[in-house]
Design a protein around this ligand. Structure first.
Ligand SMILES: Cc1cc2nc3c(=O)[nH]c(=O)nc-3n(C[C@H](O)[C@H](O)[C@H](O)COP(=O)(O)OP(=O)(O)OC[C@H]3O[C@@H](n4cnc5c(N)ncnc54)[C@H](O)[C@@H]3O)c2cc1C
Length: 406
């Protein structure tokens, strides 16, 4: 690090010790340059309106987005937010893992999520690459040995890792499951899947190995029943896992995408949630409103159960996250006025003056209606006060700060 480099990030485990409850946000690297530019703008807006403790960027399967992941974590750091970089072992030789860690360390990253990763596309079974790491545990050990400055987090699975989730034989009914298995089991296409208690206990033992190897905190896979998280937390504590356990919250934004993702991860979607979503499946606005209501209730229950924070899988979208954090009272004023229908960011916040299309505004030149809000916060305002010939209305382009919402 040179004398002019900015100071390295704080370690998240240190930050957590000092702050009783907080939010954090996770993003993935977009596929296009335009997507990256949009995401960067969104990151800044979300920093301003939700004040997260840290922001994560995922690692693309097989290191496919490694440069972009690094670029995005550097960008997050440049905005003054602590970055948490994911790193997986899929298709990664030990040399490539070290390159990624060295680059992250050199630019001041101090927080890594150490993961095994999923098998490459089209393959069922996970195998190590070039004599490399076999599982997340190996990666944790490596980072702790070679990069002791790093705070390392690992994945935890309140319903069991998909590899440990089995289909119930057709001869066995869900009624035969234990009460805990019933809370973890999911049903799709007439088939019941569950992580049996014995497999779940093995998963916990393995999670404890990752923590004993030095993992500083755990971030969980998504789940939709807070009681599943409550059980997971008490089961972890019972076997001596003492580090913070951060619940991962998947936002409900969209019907098809939600069920594709929960199906892929074998996540249990409680029947009441399925029914409520079915009712709203053709109306995205109503579905998002419900997503806010459901998410807010779930977060409140999680915090009551002792979760230290809420970590959002944002899917690079912002409105439902804002809605939930507003309900918790964790946002700045701007977010309360966000428009659920529009996740493309037509609203701009610039100091205290902000507006959106359709708002009535007042300026020193008169009053009018906002017709467009530009990326730099300037608004095109159709003025009411003066009229031109043939009924034309003049449009003024005013910089943020020169107009006020009325
Ligand atoms: C919070 C979070 C963030 C994620 N971020 C990303 C990301 O950025 N990019 C991405 O591609 N994927 C990501 N994933 C998905 C993740 O890569 C997959 O779930 C993957 O299948 C497992 O990764 P892991 O780190 O949990 O693996 P591991 O902890 O290695 O475990 C995987 C499975 O193998 C078993 N296992 C492994 N080793 C042993 C052992 N020695 N003894 C006993 N059991 C063992 C475990 O019990 C478990 O069932 C994320 C998941 C979560 C929950």
């Amino acid at each position: 690090m040179t004398a002019t480099s900015p100071a390295p990030d704080a370690r998240i485990d240190d930050l957590m010790r000092d702050q009783p409850a907080f939010a954090s946000l996770e993003f993935f690297p977009p596929r296009t340059a335009e997507g990256v530019a949009n995401l960067k703008e969104r990151i800044v807006r979300m920093r301003d309106s939700t004040k997260p403790m840290f922001m994560d960027v995922t690692w693309g399967a097989g290191g496919s987005t490694s440069d972009l992941t690094l670029d995005l974590v550097k960008f997050i750091r440049s905005t003054g937010v602590v970055a948490n970089m994911h790193l997986t072992c899929t298709n990664m030789t030990p040399g490539k893992v070290d390159e990624a860690l060295a680059a992250a360390s050199a630019c001041g990253i101090r927080n890594i999520v150490a993961l095994r990763g999923d098998p490459p596309l089209g393959e069922d079974k996970w195998t190590a690459t070039g004599g490399g790491f076999e599982c997340a545990l190996d990666l944790v050990r490596h980072i702790k040995r070679e990069y002791p400055e790093m705070c390392v987090s690992v994945a935890g699975y309140p319903e069991g890792h998909p590899n440990a989730i089995s289909e119930l034989p057709s001869s066995q009914s869900a009624a035969s499951l234990t009460e805990r298995e019933k809370l973890r089991c999911s049903e799709a296409g007439g088939k019941v899947s569950v992580c049996f208690d014995a497999d779940y206990d093995n998963e916990l033992k393995y999670l404890k190995e990752k923590v004993d190897a030095g993992a500083d905190f755990i971030i969980t896979q998504m789940f939709f029943d807070p009681e599943v998280f409550g059980n997971f937390m008490s089961d972890c504590r019972a076997i001596g896992i003492k580090v913070p356990i951060v619940p991962g919250i998947m936002c409900i934004n969209n019907f098809g995408g939600f069920f594709r993702m929960t199906g892929f991860c074998k996540t249990r979607v409680p029947p009441t949630l399925v029914a409520e979503m079915e009712k709203r499946k053709d109306d995205e606005h109503e579905l998002k409103e419900y997503g806010v209501e459901f998410g807010a209730e779930m977060c409140m229950r999680l915090l009551a159960l002792g979760a230290p924070c809420v970590h959002f899988y944002t899917l690079n979208l912002e409105k439902v996250v804002y809605g939930i954090l507003d309900a918790l009272g964790w946002t700045t004023e701007l977010s309360a006025k966000m428009d659920l229908d529009n996740d493309a960011g037509t609203m701009q916040a610039k100091g205290s003056a902000w507006a959106r299309v359709g708002d009535e505004v007042q300026s020193m030149f008169g009053s009018g209606v906002v017709k467009e809000v530009r990326q730099d916060g300037a608004a095109c305002i159709e003025m009411r006060s003066w009229k031109l010939a043939f009924g034309q209305t003049p449009t003024a382009v005013l910089q943020a700060g020169m107009y006020k919402k009325v």
